[in-house]
Design a protein around this ligand. Structure first.
Ligand code: APR
Length: 403
């Protein structure tokens, strides 16, 4: 450590310091900057890393409306593709659900998340927004005092700090914002769904013209088109599995078995370009505010990928927080900030409830055979009701796409 590196830089300042350049942080940054609020985004990764991270890209209609409202959806409209059908395959046959014509008639827009983040970043920077890449937030201090601060590790390794009026924790489940909350002030609701997925990205065109959900006694398999050339697949796997123990042959064989390719048509194969194992968990904090520190996105609540709600909740929370901060900083009205946590938690718990329902619909229950036999009968009955009942289908469509 040279002398220069040991000398902490003088504190920098911003009215709002945003931790994290993911969907939550970048939507918040764009909205605050557009309203003339002095803000900065501190992001520990490099710009390239942020723009190339492969994540789900399944945007709800409300998410598109929010992005549209703020002029952030131009490329999304040009390159995104609408989706409104899902297909369930199980031991009781298969059926398609045109959810885009059910419930409120809303559809998803498929648009890779790294493309959305790239767009949000470009618009924020083009508008003159401040981002510090390679800057890791270490802790938030004095959130319940008059001048909160954030200590950071600068890109060159030097210690640094920021003084802020408000801090927005958009740095994910393992970020500094969550770590900085005094344990005595938060309730943490963690739930392990007991299921793990091997997430795969294949350089192959989609094999179905729908989102595919296959329920099989060997485990769940999912199919989601990303672009005309790239398809995302999921395979339920043992907890603790390593992605490297799955050869490409084994992956395609297992996907074909569980998606019942022999009955319903072969899969279009290609090179597997990304693989990762994710444990399906939920992890909600209450409240989402501690003094001048506010949480949004995964920092506020982690949700299982079973209903692809994560990024959609992140955008919704970012808009709610932006409105509340603008009302306070520009108009002296703190009412929105006072309501922020309760408003977000109402959306979060509704999404958690539907996501839990999807996990139980799509997976044989883990645990002792007796338990799973009971749950398996429940699962088959739910699927049969979803197949047969219009009221179930309207309910599903509203919650699957809605927020
Ligand atoms: N300091 C600075 N940046 C950090 C730190 C830290 N200590 N810790 C994490 N980050 C950055 C990460 O590098 C990432 O760019 O915070 C950002 C968090 O972004 P996301 O994980 O995408 O979280 P969020 O914006 O809440 O979006 C939530 O989007 O990623 C998808 O589906 C996923 O549900 C998730 C949703």
């Amino acid at each position: 450590m040279t002398d220069r590196q040991s000398v902490p830089a003088a504190p920098e300042t911003a009215d709002v310091v945003i931790l994290g350049a993911g969907p939550a942080g970048l939507v918040l940054g764009n909205l605050l900057h557009a309203a003339g609020v002095d803000c900065v985004v501190l992001e520990r990764a490099t710009r390239t890393q942020v723009q190339t991270r492969s994540r789900a890209g399944f945007l709800a209609a409300n998410t598109v409306r929010i992005l549209d409202r703020h002029g952030l959806a131009e490329r999304l409209h040009r390159h995104g593709r609408e989706h409104g059908v899902c297909e369930f395959r199980s031991e009781d046959g298969r059926f398609r659900l045109d959810y885009g014509a059910l419930g409120r008639g809303e559809r998803h827009t498929v648009y890779p998340q790294h493309a959305l983040v790239t767009d949000l970043l470009a618009q924020y920077l083009d508008a003159g927004g401040r981002v510090r890449f390679g800057t890791e937030a270490l802790a938030v201090h004095g959130a319940d005092g008059p001048r909160p601060s954030v200590t950071v590790r600068e890109a060159d390794g030097r210690p640094g700090s920021w003084r802020a009026g408000y801090v927005a924790g958009c740095d994910g489940r393992h970020g500094a914002a969550r770590r900085s909350l005094p344990p005595s002030t938060v309730r943490r609701h963690h739930h392990d769904h007991g299921v793990s997925w091997l997430g795969l990205l294949a350089e192959a065109p989609p094999s179905l013209d729908a989102v595919g959900y296959a329920v099989h006694d060997r485990g769940f398999a999912g199919h989601m088109a990303r672009t005309p050339e790239v398809t995302r697949y999921y395979l339920q796997c043992e907890r603790g599995s390593s992605p490297d123990t799955w050869s490409e042959d084994r992956i395609w064989d297992e996907l074909a078995l569980r998606l019942r390719a022999r009955e319903y048509g072969p899969l279009r194969q290609g090179r597997i370009v990304h693989r990762a194992v994710v444990d399906l968990e939920s992890d909600v904090l209450e409240p989402l505010r501690h003094g001048a520190l506010f949480l949004a996105g995964d920092a506020a609540a982690l949700i299982s990928p079973a209903a692809a709600k994560g990024a959609n909740l992140a955008v919704l929370e970012a808009e709610l927080l932006a409105r509340a901060l603008i009302d306070d900083l520009r108009h002296g009205d703190a009412e929105g900030l006072a309501r922020y946590s309760a408003q977000c938690l109402a959306h979060i718990w509704r999404a958690q409830d539907f996501s839990q329902w999807m996990v139980q619909l799509l997976h044989a229950a883990p645990g002792p055979a007796g338990g799973s036999a009971f749950h398996d009968s429940l699962r088959r009955s739910r699927l049969a009701s979803l197949r047969a009942s219009r009221s179930w289908q309207d309910w599903f469509a509203e919650h699957y796409v809605g927020l």
